[in-house]
Write a protein that binds this ligand. Structure first.
Ligand SMILES: [Zn+2]
Length: 142
């Protein structure tokens, strides 16, 4: 009885339940349903760590942009353990140039839609940061 009351209070206080990566349940379910194959290499993933054999296909949580504070369906995805450990904290566009990706034929044309979207946003931000759009887009003379 006490335990049950405790759970209800916790649920109300936080509003939603999170997994240990701070991803709310509803978002975790949505992303799991979307990303059944690795978002990078396309390999079908397994949920459980196998007792024997390779673990490279185990599903892992991925922050596409390496910022644990960006918890959105655009930045949270599922990728295989092999891609996750290779990518590490590298910037997505840099990692796609790595020997790991080249060897496996992973590039911006082969990745999942959620990654393509992140890449095109990244390209826009890079150009904006370099000032490429400054003349014609942001500082149009009056
Ligand atoms: Zn992968």
């Amino acid at each position: 009885m006490l335990l049950r009351i405790g759970r209800i209070i916790i649920g109300r206080a936080t509003g939603t339940y999170m997994n240990r990566w701070g991803i709310p349940d509803w978002l975790g379910k949505e992303v799991r349903a979307r990303d059944k194959a690795c978002i990078y290499c396309g390999t079908p993933m397994i949920e459980q760590m196998p007792l024997h054999g390779p673990r490279s296909a185990v599903a892992t949580w991925e922050h596409i942009i390496n910022d644990a504070n960006i918890i959105t369906r655009e930045n949270i995805a599922r990728c295989c353990a092999a891609c996750n450990s290779s990518k590490g904290t590298k910037k997505l566009s840099d990692w796609l140039q790595s020997p790991y990706c080249k060897k496996r034929g992973i590039n911006k044309g082969t990745v999942a839609e959620v990654i393509k979207a992140a890449l095109s946003l990244g390209e826009f931000q890079d150009k904006r940061d370099k000032g490429d759009y400054a003349q014609d887009t942001f500082q149009r003379p009056l």
